[in-house]
Design a protein around this ligand. Structure first.
Ligand SMILES: NC(=O)c1ccc[n+]([C@@H]2O[C@H](COP(=O)([O-])OP(=O)(O)OC[C@H]3O[C@@H](n4cnc5c(N)ncnc54)[C@H](O)[C@@H]3O)[C@@H](O)[C@H]2O)c1
Length: 295
């Protein structure tokens, strides 16, 4: 289904005729493409005002345009590197302004991999993974605390995006695995600190294999360039291009009971679902979205 068709959909349930996130402000980091972009569109489709946070200006603007072409003034882009502390402050400030003084949902999704076997991982590789997957989400949550530690009877939800590399480990990803595991502890701590007084829910969503730039063939040549100029090659070495969730050979995915990777939209639906009021009593959990892998 085309993004615009999705935006035209209206929440089907009468309980939320204006959408599950009507009048709520949602920040999605890494929303310029992949899972984050799909999440931004789905949140907007459900009535949210969406802040598209990404380092890539062109991609962020395209996501915002696709949303606003259907629902004017529904989305803004705030462009920068989540590893830059000053950007985090700007992101929170602009999001609160856009949201009329309120922020309801944060999805800490921005990220990438910088793989290596344990005996070859450099300090820079190690520190970068902690910076993007742990320090950045922490700083964003800390900076947004005044908008979450409130008692206005409106929902507040934090979703941290993890990986089965974090929950199960993965050879060649010690740095990424440790960082993604760290999010589980951060999430549970938010649930325990901000749940009792303020009713904030925090959950981790851990993906298996989702077809995005991150899991495409390394030979495709995609790179991530950080604000400080650090350049990282993305993708999985030796992976045959199999961008279609349906099209690859069954035997290629025999570790996945559904026998296929997930699409970015399927991944995003899990994020939006967990953030939604339907999940109002699910808190502090790690929800694995894997097509059944690792069960
Ligand atoms: N694709 C998978 O199979 C998979 C599996 C497990 C977890 N994840 C996680 O899902 C999240 C989204 O990944 P994806 O697969 O959609 O990848 P992607 O590469 O398609 O998209 C990531 C987006 O994040 C942005 N981004 C990355 N680092 C940033 C930074 N420092 N500051 C601002 N923006 C930044 C990129 O510009 C890009 O738009 C990541 O946290 C990733 O680790 C993905």
């Amino acid at each position: 289904m085309a993004p615009q068709d999705r935006l035209n959909q209206v929440s089907s349930h009468l309980t939320f005729p204006q959408g599950l996130f009507h009048n709520q402000t949602v920040i999605v980091t890494g929303a310029g493409q992949g899972i984050g972009a799909e999440a931004a569109r789905l949140f907007a489709n459900e009535g949210a005002k969406v802040v598209v946070a990404d380092i890539d200006q062109v991609k962020a603007d395209a996501v915002v345009k696709a949303i606003n072409d259907i629902s004017p003034n529904r989305a803004i882009a705030v462009v920068g590197d989540v590893m830059d502390a000053t950007y985090i402050d700007t992101l929170v400030k602009k999001s609160a302004e856009f949201g009329g003084g309120k922020i309801h949902v944060i999805v800490n999704n921005a990220g990438f991999t910088w793989d290596g076997v344990i005996h070859k991982i450099t300090d820079k590789q190690w520190d970068t993974m902690l910076s993007v997957h742990n320090t950045a989400p922490f700083r964003l949550i800390r900076a947004a605390a005044p908008y979450f530690r409130v008692k206005d009877k409106e929902p507040r939800v934090i979703i941290n995006i993890s990986s089965t590399s974090g929950t199960h480990g993965n050879a060649g990803q010690a740095n990424y695995s440790l960082a993604k595991a760290g999010l589980v502890g951060l999430t549970k701590t938010i649930a325990k600190e901000w749940g009792p007084q303020f009713g904030v829910r925090a959950n981790t969503v851990a993906f298996g294999y989702i077809t995005t730039r991150l899991t495409a063939a390394k030979e495709d040549g995609a790179t991530f360039v950080a604000a400080d100029g650090t350049k990282v090659a993305l993708g999985i070495p030796g992976r045959k291009p199999s961008s279609s969730a349906q099209g690859s050979a069954v035997t290629a995915h025999n570790d996945i009971p559904l026998r296929r990777p997930g699409s970015p939209e399927e991944a995003a639906r899990a994020i939006v679902g967990v953030a939604s009021p339907w999940f109002s009593y699910v808190n502090g959990e790690t929800i694995e979205v894997t097509g059944g892998r690792n069960i």
